[in-house]
Design a binder for this molecule. Sequence first.
Ligand SMILES: O=C(O)CCC(=O)C(=O)O
Ligand SMILES: [Fe+2]
Length: 306
Amino acid sequence: MPSISQIQKDAAVERETWQHPNYKLSDLKLESSVGSIDGSQIAWLKPLPADASGEEILRELETKGVAHVKGVMPREYVLDMRRKWFEQVAPSGVLKEGTDPVDGIYCGKEDTTEFLGPEGAAFIKGPREENAHFMLATEAHSAPWAREFAENQYLVNAAKRIHPQWKDPFCMRRQIFRSNLPFAKGTATGVHYDHIFLRGGPPTFLTAWVPIGDCNPNQGGLMYLEDTLEMAAQGFLSRDAVGYAREVGGGRRWLIGDYEAGDAVFHHSFMIHASGRNVDPEGRIRLSADLRFADRAAAYDRRWDK
Ligand SMILES: O=C(O)CCC(=O)C(=O)O
Ligand SMILES: [Fe+2]
């Protein structure tokens, strides 16, 4: 078995050669919450095909910290969830009039704080009970169709394939559905690694970040700081993705993806990540779920299963 540092060197070389057929890194104009991200500070997260073996996915997770797997769920199944979500929150006025809920086109209001969900509760002005979108999005979290999606067998089966030694894999109850509104100010997810939040158990849980709808590189999907599995223990994290990569990350790049409905991105709990700002010229809302899987038969952070 080659050493992790050798695997990371090989991965960096491989990243130089893999190109996306439709996007050129140097043409993308991505942003963090704080400023623009230059083409030299990003690279592609190379996706694994839908038929990748559990072993292959696990190897990526344990050596590179992240595995973007195509087509884990049927596309139509995921789009159906997207439609249900936006039909549920539509009475708040979040969608552009006359558009199809499945497209999730933002109404365009400059003050996006009217349309936050539980993930953005800290940014809401005034009483939460008076914020129609917040209330609808909060209710949606406990709707049967949302729970069903979070616990769907496609993802649980993927968790089983990745960790065949887990006796009883399950999805923890504290699931988060997040929107990333186009051109919102300062709401992109800051730089972190997940074990910061789930340190009440060992770092063995598996996160699946699931785009609910297509999420192309402009739509503020997750970005992973390359080869950072071993850095997390230092814990100098920041809201400034660009400054962080330069100053703390030793010039490491942010790995971005072209995510589609049906894909899942599995990441290690020490892998450093953030989200980009949604700068979609078509104004589509990025909707996603963060789901955590663990083995009920082993230790895990029980606070996240309430
Ligand atoms: O969706 C986001 O912007 C953040 C999600 C995240 O950090 C996670 O799933 O671990
Ligand atoms: Fe995270």
